[in-house]
Write a protein that binds this ligand. Structure first.
Ligand SMILES: [Zn+2]
Length: 119
């Protein structure tokens, strides 16, 4: 599962209605949720969790690969070049998603911090 978009019906914080929300996931982590009615977006800074999750996925990969290889060696061997090429692109997409959400969260938080210092 890489950079996946899913849809769910949730109550929007802004319009207060039950609407379809677009949920963006990086791996297993929910990065952002967007109301399809009013466009209200909630983003989460998941950089730390994402790095930890990625490390976990990388660490468990050899065992997963070995299991798949044992089950169906030929189909696994055939799928290798394609899978190897698709992986970095998927991770790259996830990283971009995580980075964008994190910088948006920071941008929103920084003006507040300045206000706190002034008052
Ligand atoms: Zn809404």
């Amino acid at each position: 599962m890489v950079g996946t978009i899913e849809h769910a019906t949730l109550v929007c914080q802004r319009c207060g209605l039950s609407t379809t929300h677009e949920l963006a996931y990086a791996g297993r982590l929910l990065v952002s949720s967007t109301c399809q009615e009013c466009g209200h977006t909630i983003e989460r800074d998941v950089r730390d969790q994402y790095v930890a999750d990625l490390r976990h996925r990388m660490a468990s990969k050899p065992r997963r690969m070995l299991r798949r290889f044992r089950r169906r060696p030929w189909s696994y061997a055939w799928s290798l070049p394609k899978a190897a090429a698709a992986k970095p692109l998927g991770v790259l997409r996830e990283l971009r998603l995580v980075a964008r959400a994190a910088s948006d969260v920071q941008r929103r938080e920084e003006p507040n911090r300045k206000d706190d210092e002034e008052s």
